[in-house]
Design a protein around this ligand. Sequence first.
Ligand code: ADP
Ligand code: MG
Length: 309
Amino acid sequence: MSQNAIEIKNLKKTYNQGKQGEVKALHSISLEVKTGSIFGLLGPNGAGKSTLINIMAGLTTKTSGQVSIWGFDMDANPRQSRGSIGVVPQELNFDPFFPPIETLEQQAGLYGVPKSERRSMEILEAIGLGDKAHAYSRSLSGGMKRRLLVAKALVHNPPVLILDEPTAGVDVQLRRQMWDYVRELNARGTTIVLTTHYLEEAQELCDQIAIIDHGKLITNEPTQQLLARVDGKRMIVTPKTEIAVAPDLGADIRAELDGFGNLVIDYAPKKTEVMEIIAKLQNQNIGIKDISTEEAGLEEIFLQLTGND
Ligand code: ADP
Ligand code: MG
């Protein structure tokens, strides 16, 4: 396989919303997803994330532009292009009265996987649902249902897996389980594209992050590079004696109390040196019991780039 699992050039999508007229959901998106990566597509609600991945998956028609999946141009080789991708939708899309094994068999049939090549039981075992193969799908726990969705997307053994908001609305524990599972799939060779509006998720999981807003690509770069771009740091100070209100440390420094009596100070290293902040605290008679610093997260970058909260 070539270096890129997905190549998108000048992709545009305009929806016709009847009386409300046209909505330009994607303006002119060009991007590449490297083979073997975990690629994160980030953006606020309505940015165009689902539209973009639904086009890749062949579920939504594009208005113009080129898309190639696993080296197959979507227009010239639609079958191969679609066959190279598995999609995990945001909503549960299986019959609650169908046992997992039948859900997978049915999906395999849909993709024309010959009986001799089906691996439904193997896939269920791989995702830890082997002993639930014949249970009603509705009796599965939330985490199991999510994993069944992933299993369904894998029946035709696609080299590229797309997950649309895989952890939207799920609890923290389940989210971590999903992350582990995505990493595992990736380690076994599957290229992953996921959309999320959880910045932490992208930061934790993805090696490359693209941010879209209002249908436009704002940035697309390796996660570490993106994080290094922001001039922001956070200092957390535990005062020697409790303070009631956060001190004013000047225009370029933001100081707030967290719920535990710590002072959380955000500053720009290019403008302010650590010693300056410490001196200012001392001037205001705030003793320091403990101190630590953190790099700025994706949150700040996201705000800087999109101007959205
Ligand atoms: P996201 O997944 O980032 O939240 P979407 O791709 O769902 O964004 O939506 C992008 C824009 O396209 C929104 O303005 C949305 O209202 C519009 N849109 C999405 N799907 C349709 C559709 N089927 N018909 C008409 N407009 C749509
Ligand atoms: Mg969406």
